[in-house]
Design a protein around this ligand. Sequence first.
Ligand code: WQD
Length: 351
Amino acid sequence: MKKILVTGGCGYIGAHTIVDLIENGFEPICVDNNSRSTPVLLEGIEKITGKKVKNYKVDLCSFDETHAVFQENSNIEGIIHFAAYKVVGESVHEPLLYFENNLLSLINILKCVKEFQVPYFIFSSSCTVYGNPDEIPVTESTPPKPAESPYGYTKQMGEQIVSETTKTIFAQSILLRYFNPVGAHPSAFIGEMPLGKPENLVPAITQTAIGKLPQMKVYGNDYPTRDGSCVRDYIHVCDIAHAHTLALQYLIDHKNKSRCEVFNLGTGNGVTVLEAIKAFEKVSEVKLNYVIGPRRQGDVVAVYADNKLAREKLGWNIQYSLEDMMSTAWKWELKLKEDETMHNNPNFQMN
Ligand code: WQD
């Protein structure tokens, strides 16, 4: 089986991608220092796939630690690089933390890709590179605008670093620009585990609905959109995960026309915040306790994808609807509460 290194594999998208890789015959190994994640999702991966995935708890900002992983795993066929900090607000207050962590880790990985002649490299990028686009939907050739945050700059710079580097080394690469990944694996064995108060919309919705948060704020309903709230392209995390497997296979089958290709990973549908809340209320039958608050700094008014390239070139077909995104997110939140209740129950026997 082809060994695939998944950095940030204990994270939300990383864990779902590991499941998809296993289900498609690859042998993923995980590299994650668990600074923003816990290995608990690896247990969920094992429950879903029956496979125990090894995690190297390594700081990718240390070249020596990173290099050691490649020395121990000589036959790495491909790399999917998720590992990065991604909290937009935090990046505004801590730019150097974000530039150092997100770029130094990428550079160390690419130095090893070069030395060990790894043939395929996939970079986790983001629609954030488009900033506030003049026209929507955005295509892969929509010119990037100034990023809205240092986090966004690390994705723009990361794309440049990958693109320029793979012109000179053995590897072929793909940049995947995620829109808004949401939802959870249908089994509810893995899902999103925000650290602290959730920044993102869907975990804020589900944590409010389950009572973890007292109330949710909609950040503005005075935007120039159909209902005044911001428009985003919410995409199920399992659809995102499968796109990584397809992108890897695309490179393995030498279907790529250039050494570094870009693909938008979105549904192509724009959904407002208020519409997302309505979809959640419909599938969960829970009335969400929210108020309209002031706009959030750095928010893009509206962005959604033209996903034609990924559909046609990668053979990517979206499987999950907005209702599926909300129902799987809710099922995961309910499972987290059930596990918490069990672990707090003195009669609970660890199995
Ligand atoms: C979506 C909408 C908020 C929370 C994220 C990541 C970014 C990138 C793209 C990975 C906005 C509104 C949110 C809340 C709200 N992902 N909202 N109340 O900002 O599009 O960006 O996805 O690269 O890293 O940050 O997603 O979920 O934070 O916000 O009204 O409590 O929901 O204002 O309009 P965003 P988000």
